[in-house]
Write a protein that binds this ligand. Structure first.
Ligand code: DLZ
Length: 537
């Protein structure tokens, strides 16, 4: 399928490279060969598994403390990954593979120790691994050959639609790496939503149609959820016991743990939610954490779904008249454009990227980031659902939580660690550029052409939280004033030197300068008070 849709526009000979690597793997495999499959690589398209003869290899899957505790992962994420790993192990065995599986209870501390155990148990002479999604682990693996005393081969992760080489090729010589242009090339390359050489409908981007606020206009469909089998229930109980202090209300666990279940979730989305996905994709609703969102990013990120077939399903829904072009385009842009783009940025700029803090934001995270106990209604709702469910949609992540962190100057590293911990779909390759670059503008504008800063007016426009909030979005100063308002102007004022140089901020900076100095002082002073009272807002 991928071959049929792919055109090698601008990106070079990726398909050929992949094939060469696959045949090389097949030819060296024998019964002394191990394949380590990580918890976010649970796919039959895994670049090493895809070419492996089940009778020839030992597949290693390991639930280990090092991966489960390097941040305080949401328990939904741990349970989803462990259960999906156990189900994938069963599926591998059903296809005749020998599987060396370590459950968490066995106390294997790290992936390296799991490989050592498998090496000793099966007298392995070679280990094949698909490159990990996080720099941290990739660095560790560099030393594995020496530690294990056997040949260790890392393989390109071919489950992405733009390889690291593709992306650096695209980025080379460009002054700015704007997602929009990358996305257009990807549309051409994969021939998605195209009419000949032109974008379907004549425009590349239909975002302007996708920004409706929520006023309870339509019924939100009740979400389907997979039935939890005995294996998943067992995992949930184990995770609850092993990680008592980690976030996540496991009584609400509702995630797919196999490719088949993830496929059914995608079916449900395409049938019931996709038609209104675009219209309300930026909306904030009291009534539902899910609205019309896809809820499939975690399945894409751990291997249960593949990005191209997902995009093709959505395109097909549009072609048969089931959804608008704006809905299909908005969705496909997230998967084909944004997801691939952030991964490209991550690998292009790591490891330095993680250290960036362009606006020198160092204020400690208020404790309520870990409880959701703040009187700001929109923020409280977004935080609580993130902690309890491991999920928040992109506007909650970017414009409610991220925007608050940006305005308040919260410590960049602490905020990034928080995002990595709480979200079900968070792996550093996707989390770091989204948080550090997009939400916090800490990369100085590599990703975003201006900071995503907004006052309480935005929350009011996008949803219905303000109606049940103790603060008033119309007031800027005073005890009742929405804290986003004075913090917004405080942010504009304290970064005025940097922001004034940004052409996209010209209007706002000009407006701020023109205000009476007494007004500006009063607002900034109130913003200062708000920052002092941050822990009790
Ligand atoms: C996220 C995660 C967790 C919680 N646990 C495991 C695990 O026990 N075993 C494993 O192989 N993978 C796990 N993962 C996913 C890894 O952290 C992920 O593969 C790396 O962060 C690279 O993206």
């Amino acid at each position: 399928m991928r071959k049929r849709r792919t055109e090698s526009v601008r990106f070079g000979a990726r398909e050929q490279l992949v094939c060469v690597r696959h045949s090389a793997v097949v030819s060296v495999m024998n019964s002394k060969t191990g394949i380590l499959v990580l918890g976010d690589q649970l796919s039959w398209h895994h670049p090493v598994l895809v070419g492996a003869d089940p009778t020839d290899v030992v597949v290693i899957l390991a639930e280990v403390a090092e991966e489960a505790t390097y941040v305080r992962h949401n328990r939904h994420k741990i349970a989803l990954i462990f259960s999906a790993m156990r189900h994938f192990a069963q599926a591998l065995e059903a296809r005749g593979f020998t599987v060396a599986y370590s459950r968490f209870k066995e106390g294997v501390p790290s992936l390296l120790s799991a490989c050592e155990r498998a090496r000793d148990a099966w007298s392995l002479t070679a280990l094949h691994v698909c490159e990990p999604g996080e720099y941290r682990l990739s660095e560790q693996m560099g030393g594995w050959g020496q530690r294990l005393g056997i040949a260790v081969t890392l393989h390109e992760d071919t489950r992405f639609l733009s390889s690291k080489e593709d992306f650096s090729h695209w980025a080379r010589g460009r002054k700015q790496l704007r997602m929009e242009y990358f996305y257009r090339d990807m549309r051409k390359r994969y021939r998605l939503l195209m009419q000949g050489d032109q974008p379907e409908g004549g425009k590349w981007n239909y975002d302007a149609n996708n920004r409706q606020g929520w006023r309870g206009q339509v019924d939100i469909p009740e979400r389907s959820a997979p039935v939890l089998d005995a294996l998943t229930q067992e995992v949930i109980a184990e995770v609850a016991t092993a990680f008592p202090d980690y976030p996540g209300d496991l009584s609400t666990f509702r995630w797919a743990v196999t490719a088949e279940e993830a496929e059914q979730e995608l079916d449900w989305f395409c049938e019931h939610a996709l038609p209104l996905f675009g219209t309300y994709q930026d909306a904030l609703a009291e009534a539902s954490p899910w609205l019309f969102h896809g809820l499939i990013s975690m399945y894409l990120n751990c291997g249960l779904l593949e990005p191209l077939p997902v995009c093709e399903r959505v395109e097909a829904a549009y072609r048969r008249g089931h959804c608008s072009l704006a809905a299909a385009e908005g969705f496909i842009r997230q998967v084909l454009g944004w997801r691939e783009y952030v991964r490209g940025i991550y690998w292009l700029y790591m490891p330095d990227y993680r250290q960036r803090n362009a606006l020198t934001a160092t204020r400690p995270l208020p404790d309520w980031f870990w409880t959701g106990e703040t009187q700001m209604r929109c923020l409280s709702r977004a935080l609580k659902q993130s902690l309890d469910l491991g999920y928040a949609h992109h506007i909650q992540r970017l414009m409610v939580i991220g925007n608050f962190a940006l305005l308040a100057g919260l410590d960049v590293e602490a905020v990034c660690d928080w995002y990595l911990a709480v979200y079900l779909d968070a792996f550093e390759w996707v989390e770091l550029p989204n948080t550090l670059g997009m939400a916090l503008f800490a990369d100085g504008g590599i990703m975003a052409s201006k900071p995503y800063a907004a006052s309480g007016k935005y929350m009011q426009k996008q949803g219905d939280h303000c109606k049940s909030c103790s603060y008033d979005p119309k007031q800027v100063t005073g005890d009742q004033a929405c804290p986003y308002n004075s913090l917004y102007w405080h942010f504009i004022d304290r970064h005025r030197d940097v922001l004034s140089q940004n052409p996209r901020m010209g209007l706002i900076m000009g407006g701020w300068r023109k205000r009476a100095s007494s007004d500006r002082e009063a607002i900034v002073q109130w913003g200062e008070q708000v920052l002092k009272r941050l822990p009790s807002l």
